[in-house]
Design a protein around this ligand. Structure first.
Ligand SMILES: [Zn+2]
Length: 260
């Protein structure tokens, strides 16, 4: 059983730390800043064994050089080796490796960046997904490098994971994402309930993560492109655009969110 600890960084980043009970070893995902990680390691007397990187943006890799002292394994995408800090293990989609007694599988998820990967522990109950800036709670990452087709396909890859998968996204963007989502689907009761739950959590300064894939499928419009209500909202907002294909609808939805 892995414990996943959230270490807040900057304004709204989460650095996820993985550990198991009775073991001093741990791993972190996307340490954009070294200091909050080091503070946690010292306070808990932990030993950093490795670092997972989902993509090359500075707020995900900024702390790596400081944390990756001798003996720390750094794992990231082969595709981005020239944009990531030095890697000990270069991975591509489908690769598997061991981490604290569990098997992690690599998913290639181009869209936010072209070399973006995610890590999923499918042998963990429930499965754990570390998806960087691809899927957010209630939303998805911006298209900085990839196309709408690529991002839509990447989100479909995630949607094919088990519904019970715990979604560990890298930012606390949930409230603004759900506010946008409720403009797209004002009549989705689960979405309204989730929005209220997240408002309550944020009012108490609590994290809204992790989410579950089941909840995302029910409330995240970027995973609900095929729903008639989402299509109707897109047609009303973009009366002159065609959204016959799912990828077209995804592109429109993403551009609506970018302007919102
Ligand atoms: Zn990013």
């Amino acid at each position: 059983m892995l414990d996943v600890i959230s270490i807040p960084a900057f304004n709204d980043n989460y650095i996820w730390l993985l550990r198991t009970a009775g073991d001093k070893r741990c791993w972190v995902v996307d340490p954009g800043d070294a200091q909050p990680v080091q503070r946690y390691l010292e306070s808990e007397g932990l030993h950093l064994e490795g670092i997972l990187l989902t993509h090359h943006h500075a707020d995900h890799i900024g702390g790596v050089m400081e944390l990756a002292t001798k003996g720390v394994t750094v794992i990231g995408a082969l595709q981005d080796i020239y944009r990531l800090p030095p890697l000990n293990v270069q991975v591509t989609g489908g690769d598997r490796f061991q981490l604290l007694g569990h098997t992690l599988q690599v998913l290639e998820l181009p869209g936010h960046t072209l070399g973006h990967v995610a890590f999923v522990a499918l042998d963990h109950q429930p499965p754990l997904l570390f998806c960087g800036d691809t899927l957010f709670a209630g939303g998805c990452g911006r298209l900085f490098e990839g196309t709408a087709e690529q991002m839509h396909a990447s989100l479909q890859t995630i949607a094919n994971l088990p519904d019970s998968t715990q979604v560990y996204a890298a930012h606390e963007y949930t409230l603004s994402n759900l506010e946008f989502a409720s403009r797209v689907e004002p009549n989705n009761p689960q979405l309204q309930q989730r929005l209220q739950d997240c408002r309550d959590k944020r009012a108490q300064n609590l994290s809204t993560l992790p989410s579950t894939l089941l909840l995302e499928k029910a409330t995240n419009p970027f995973l609900r492109i095929a729903q008639p209500e989402v299509r109707l909202a897109l047609q009303q907002y973009f009366p002159d655009a065609s959204c016959k294909e799912d990828a077209d609808a995804f592109r429109l939805l993403r551009s609506w969110k970018d302007k919102a």
